[in-house]
Design a binder for this molecule. Structure first.
Ligand SMILES: Cc1ncc(C[n+]2csc(CCOP(=O)(O)OP(=O)(O)O)c2C)c(N)n1
Ligand SMILES: [Mg+2]
Length: 1022
């Protein structure tokens, strides 16, 4: 590599700039037809030539007056000129501007021709892909900007397509791109020095122009189209050029060709088999892109060869079953029995359609003979949503293996062309790719570019020339390849794997293919793409084409080929026979992230109890002390922060906590127990509300930081706190994936404000709420959602708890059986936990409970910075789902007139109001800390304690939001119609909060008045 780094253009920086200027001119040319070449000013007559001339004449005067690269260039050129017979006339530009000086003119022409050829080479490297034959159908262009760039001299030019004698009566002159460079036919056989920025010469330094064009065309304009020249790293560009330009790179041994053929056989015959057996079942077959199977296998083989032991894949519907069968190697009978409609599901939950399920498999890679673990992450229909999830899981696997460079674990993401271009999460995921706490050290992206999305043509589906343009934002090279050329595909995939291993950066392989059938097997594509499908019906399948080629060249015989097919067909038939013996369907067999040892052998929790979440006081004190200190010497923190730390020390001494300290203590105690904690989200290091300060910044040394949480104990687990990119969908998906890798980690994502989770709703709906039901996969991701109606306007108030509650799966109408383990088993049965902590102690305990539970459920703590005056409550010993009234009113409950149930911060408004109205002996106030699953047992107990009290639910949210719709039927179920629960709170509204401070206060006043108006519901019927 270091050698490559030392390879600047021999023409030096000036000349490189000059060439770049030429490129600038060229880029403006859209197409030959729209702008004839004769209208372009010849760059020769302007910048470059006169510059070269200047350099040349300066050099003639004094060879030392120019840069030494020019000196050696002119020296070489003069030597050649003295022997070259090919310059009968000096170029006209020189004649016009200077008196004819024969040797000068010859040299000048030589220099200009060399520059022209260098420009031409560069033009191929930049724009050759526009001319590449990427579309197997030959009717569409993979590149919507398809045109023949005017600065490419292609075979078309040679064949005379741009030949127009009227424009060029002089038969020695050529038009088209030749004219652009002012080259002549005779120049085709002239030898040219090759610049160091090309490898087409192989071991030769010079080639004839004819050969240069031939080699450039064969590299850049055949079945591979390369986009990489936007990468602003010379070493990386050189690497790619070397991989593709070096003569003879695309040669395969017969063994490799036979393996490729066998893989194509499996890919194709698998789809054929499914089509034969279940002709009317949706399976999103791979037909038209069968080459994806050998493509993925090549990436995996090559990566395994370079040391990768664990590959995590994400992919959409198309070809997924084929990947499971032929890449991951899931037992075929397990796949086939998914097609049997009579099989009963063994697992609880909804399950999922077969082309969404995941898989985890450890096996020996047959090509490299090394162990490899492959997992395909289960995903929902929502296209591309799985991308960040795969990345998060990959990051976690790398973290747990100490694989900071991604040498052992990597990810592969497969995309559809329409989704890759259209779904914003693709962009968000790319933007995580190079962030220190989110990078997976390079991903290989494979696009199944069948040039259609459902029924929509690419021209209606994207504004970018290629579906892959989004990858350019991270300087990922993009290798387009015609999927009907399997050897080209394999070569490209192998280079992509090497690229990832060499530079630890993303790379895209764009498999330009077609879709042989409709969107799914039931669809009629001729309704919408008649001509395309006429061509597709004529298209010879890739397997046949490749087999014919190998048979013709003698690599395999027809008989061998037929035997290979028969062998695989037999494998399928036998598996089909076995699948008929299956009596039951196990989704468990499709788990993508098993947690060995966490559950018992049947996949059940090892117990149904939760240990107490309290911790010894000395541990709390120790954490409190570290949280208020700066563990590094000579580390100068901001004076404002010193004040905050002093405050923490003070609280520690007084045995009180605020929100930040409670969180510190929860995290710190878990770290002591070997639990890795990772907190991610926008500005989480400091905390949006400037309360957390988990990363201290030296005020005098740039970028010197300190994370005291990592200085708690010598043997503690690592703590990661990371500010994320400004993305919710991508980052929440990432953290969900991270949490998937291990149950022994507390992974938290915090929304800047609760309502911003709405752009991550897809991850919430499709993975967090439903993941276990669909894929029997537990996940303990914690969503911290700041929530509170404090007059901050419609967008910084509500975390929209109603949405989460509406998706909670506990039955509102089922009267529960209160067993001894009711609390824990209720948590086990639910899909997630919604809590609204009214004290820092609650927050502390709920975070610890999350890890101490014998299973994992996503909790959603809504949180608000509780004003300090309310924080004197010492930490108890466990999380209280309900905090009962404990004031004087609780002493004679039978006399209480009203029992108000509430949750969260409004409790403090209610307490204050009760006191100001002097109703401490008549109104009790009880808090729900856990809203879902609903604490039926404790609510019943509390309501029965105040047997003659009227029951009120009070919330600060609007009536159609917040908790009321969730709690109301549950109160009814547990207490019956004789004890209705009356609503007190803000009226229904469209926006979650007002932007007007006065309106906010007036509505608060109004509902507080109602809450303590003991006659408010008199005479009303429920
Ligand atoms: C987010 C999302 N929007 C819409 C759909 C419905 N849908 C399923 S497949 C598909 C077309 C996908 O086209 P492409 O990405 O090119 O993949 P292909 O099916 O062609 O392989 C659409 C629109 C979806 N599954 N997810
Ligand atoms: Mg498509």
């Amino acid at each position: 590599m270091s050698q490559l780094r030392l390879l600047p253009s021999r023409l030096g920086a000036q000349a490189t700039r000059l060439l770049a200027a030429r490129d600038g001119l060229v880029i403006k040319m859209r197409s030959r037809s729209s702008m004839p070449p004769t209208t372009f000013p010849s760059s020769r007559g302007r910048g470059s030539a006169s510059y070269v001339e200047e350099m040349y004449f300066a050099w003639l005067e004094n060879p030392h007056s120019v840069h030494k690269s020019w000196d050696s260039f002119f020296r070489n050129a003069s030597e050649e000129a003295s022997v070259s017979p090919v310059h009968p006339q000096p170029p006209s530009v020189i004649q016009e501007s200077r008196p004819a000086v024969s040797s000068r003119a010859k040299t000048s022409k030589l220099v200009e021709d060399h520059l022209a050829v260098q420009s031409l080479i560069r033009a191929y490297q930049i724009r050759g892909h526009h001319v590449a034959q990427l579309d197997p159908l030959g009717i569409l262009d993979a590149d919507l900007d398809s045109f023949v760039p005017s600065d490419l001299i292609t075979t078309i030019d040679k064949l005379g397509e741009s030949w127009d004698p009227s424009l060029s009566p002089d038969s020695t002159k050529l038009t088209g791109a030749y004219a652009f460079y002012d080259l002549e036919e005779a120049d085709l056989d002239k030898e040219f020095q090759l610049p160091t920025t090309t490898f087409i010469g192989g071991s030769e330094n010079t080639l004839s122009l004819r050969e240069i064009i031939r080699r450039l065309e064969s590299t850049y304009c055949q079945h591979i189209g390369l986009e990489f020249m936007f990468i602003n790293d010379v070493e990386q560009c050189q690497w790619i050029r070397q991989k593709f330009e070096t003569p003879g790179v695309m040669q395969f041994s017969s063994e490799e060709k036979r393996t490729l053929l066998a893989r194509l056989v499996r890919s194709m015959r698998f789809e054929d088999f499914l089509a034969r057996k279940w002709s009317s079942e949706k399976r999103f077959g791979l037909e038209g892109c069968e080459v994806m199977i050998p493509a993925l296998k090549t990436i995996i083989d090559k990566s395994s060869e370079m040391g990768i032991e664990n590959v995590i894949l994400g992919m959409p519907h198309r070809g997924r079953l084929n990947v499971l069968a032929n890449v991951i190697r899931k037992d075929l009978e397990q796949i086939f029995c998914q097609f049997d409609p009579k099989l009963e599901a063994a697992d609880e939950g909804s399950g999922d359609v077969k082309y969404h399920l995941g898989m985890y498999h450890e096996r020996i890679n047959r090509v490299t003979n090394r162990n490899i673990t492959l997992s395909l992450v289960a995903n929902p229909s929502h296209l591309e949503a799985v991308d960040p999830v795969v990345q998060g899981k990959t990051k976690a696997e790398q973290f747990y293996r100490g694989d900071a460079q991604g040498r052992k674990v990597m990810s592969i993401l497969v995309h559809g062309d329409a989704a890759f271009a259209g779904q914003g999460v693709v962009y968000e995921t790319f933007h995580l790719s190079d962030l220190p706490s989110y990078t997976t050290n390079g991903t290989v992206h494979v696009v199944v570019n069948n040039q259609i999305g459902f029924t929509t043509d690419p021209r209606m589906a994207r504004s970018s020339p290629y579906p892959t343009d989004v990858a350019r934002v991270v300087n990922a090279p993009i290798f387009h390849v015609n999927a009907d050329d399997p050897e080209a595909v394999i070569y490209v995939c192998s280079v992509a794997a090497e690229w990832r291993n060499t530079f630890n950066k993303d790379v895209v392989v764009d498999l330009v293919c077609y879709r042989r059938r409709g969107h799914n097997e039931m669809d009629e594509p001729m309704f919408t793409q008649p001509l395309m499908y006429k061509q597709i019906h004529r298209q010879v399948p890739v397997l046949k084409k490749y087999a014919d080629k190998l048979i013709a060249e003698g690599t395999v015989t027809l008989q061998e080929f037929e035997e290979e097919i028969a062998k695989y067909d037999r494998i399928c038939e036998e598996a089909y026979g076995r699948s008929k013996d299956k009596k039951i369907l196990h989704i468990k067999h499709w788990l993508d992230s098993p947690w060995p040892g966490f559950f018992n052998v049947d996949g059940e929790p090892k117990s149904m109890t939760c240990p107490t979440t309290g911790i010894p006081e000395d541990m709390l004190t120790h954490i409190g002390n570290v949280a208020s200190s700066v563990p590094l010497e000579d580390f100068k923190i901001h004076t404002g922060l010193s004040r905050i730390l002093r405050g923490r020390a003070d609280m520690t001494k007084k045995r009180t906590v605020d929100w930040a300290l409670a969180e510190y203590m929860a995290f710190g105690s878990l770290l002591k127990e070997g639990i890795h904690v990772r907190l991610s989200g926008q500005d989480v290091e400091r905390g949006t509300f400037s309360h957390r300060h988990h990363v201290l910044h030296d005020q005098e040394v740039d970028r010197r930081t300190c994370v005291p949480m990592n200085h708690l104990w010598p043997d503690q687990a690592p703590y990661t706190v990371c500010n994320s990119s400004l993305s919710e969908y991508g980052v929440l998906g990432f953290e969900l994936g991270y949490a998937m890798a291990s149950p022994n980690a507390l992974v938290l994502w915090e929304a800047q404000f609760g309502d911003f989770h709405n752009t991550a709703q897809c991850i919430i709906d499709q993975f967090i709420s439903t993941g276990q039901a669909k894929w029997v996969r537990h996940n303990g991701i914690v969503l911290l959602l700041p929530h509170g109606m404090e007059g901050m306007g419609p967008e910084h108030s509500s975390a929209r708890p109603e949405r989460f509650l509406q998706m909670s799966n506990d039955d509102s109408d089922a009267y529960p059986v209160f067993t001894e383990d009711f609390e824990v088993s209720q948590l086990y049965d639910c899909n997630w936990i919604v809590v609204n902590c009214s004290t820092p102690a609650s927050y502390f305990h709920v975070l610890r409970r999350q890890i101490l539970l014998p299973f994992r459920k996503p909790p959603l703590p809504l949180w608000v910075l509780i004003p300090l005056m309310y924080l004197t409550r010492p930490l108890g010993t466990s999380f209280q789902r309900v905090i009962p009234e404990d004031g004087i009113v609780a002493r004679s409950p039978e006399q209480v007139r009203r029992l108000i149930f509430c949750t969260g911060k409004v409790y403090y408004d209610l307490v204050k109001e009760r006191s100001s109205q002097g109703l401490e002996e008549q109104v009790a106030i009880t808090r729900l800390e856990q809203i879902s699953p609903f604490p039926f047992d404790l609510i019943k107990e509390e309501a029965e304690k105040y047997s003659s009290a009227e029951l009120v639910w009070c919330q600060e949210e609007h009536k159609n939001m917040g908790y009321y719709d969730y709690i109301s039927p549950r109160f009814m179920t547990i207490l019956g119609p004789s004890r209705p629960i009356w609503y007190v709170g803000r009226d229904p509204a469209a926006a979650p909060a007002t932007g007007n401070r006065n309106t906010h206060l007036v509505s608060l006043r109004k509902f507080l008045d109602t809450a303590f108006n003991l006659k408010a519901f008199e005479g009303k019927t429920f």
